[in-house]
Design a protein around this ligand. Sequence first.
Ligand code: NAD
Length: 335
Amino acid sequence: MKLLITGGAGFIGSNFIIYMLNKYPGYRIVNVDALTYAGNLESLTSVENHPNYTFVKADITDKDVMDTVFEQGVDVVVNFAAESHVDRSILEPEAFVRTNVLGTQVLLNAAKRSGVKKFIQVSTDEVYGTLGETGLFTEETPLAPNSPYSASKASGDLLVRAYHETFGLPVNITRCSNNYGSYQFPEKLIPLMIANALCDKPLPLYGDGLQIRDWLHVEDHCSAIDLVIHEGVTGEVYNIGGNNERSNVHIVKTILEQLGKPESLIKYVEDRLGHDRRYGIDATKITTELGWKPKHTFETGINETIDWYLNNRTWWERIQSGAYQTYYEQQYGKR
Ligand code: NAD
């Protein structure tokens, strides 16, 4: 089996490559990544010399390069490549449309031409919009994205659907909740708060901090995608969630407690524009139809994740300079 993984130098993609090469050392993996600010090959040092792993630095919107990559033979595509941070999409939406919409279409076309066995689009629960205090997103929930990020992901999903309906491309779309775990870029809630707490810097928390997210351990997400590759019914959408709804303030307090830092480090900042209040995933379909079961509980997963950032300071400290620093200052002011 030859897998084309796009965005494999990012948080989930790098975890997925490591997961797959450990589980299926005979599979060949080609990682195509443009190495934007969010791509980091240091996350893949454990597999960089694996005989079945190849890295190609390329942009998924580059049609000629993508056609060449597919001409080498690809069985399954897993499209992780994306601009993924909601705050950045509010500041600069263009890059989101380019990568998440146009990039997806370029990949779909190359996949159609080369006749792949499966195209998996890694999407997000954010395409469903926001929930009130009750209810969960199912695969039938209408798309109602609220941010430029989620709108671009929903647009990518619709193109994936259209390539299935129009051209019969064998596709699956997976929509997951917030991932956490190792190698997550420290602009996202959990690594940002851990890194700031470790440096005794203020922890910027949006609005009242009572926004609710469902948290999914990245390894559980990887095992779900593995199942969808092998067992997913063509054309189907699968929601993937951790059944771990927590408010942002709860997450931040958990981190502070685990690190033995005071709650006075929390700094409430003006809320994100159009901030969705609550996401919650109903993962019944993938659980009952494909037999997926998450391994991690949130309580052990979050503590292991905090330990990982404690033990891998060099990894995130290197990132916290240069381009990331400029963005951070624009977003939250000088530290
Ligand atoms: P990430 O930002 O950590 O990684 C994205 C990767 O894509 C980076 O390595 C980047 O260099 C690469 N990339 C960006 N533009 C590219 C382009 N034009 N061509 C080639 N490569 C490009 O993202 P992530 O958190 O790992 O998310 C992976 C996928 O999962 C995304 O599609 C995202 O929408 C989805 N998702 C993530 C979460 C989450 O909690 N992290 C939740 C739901 C869905």
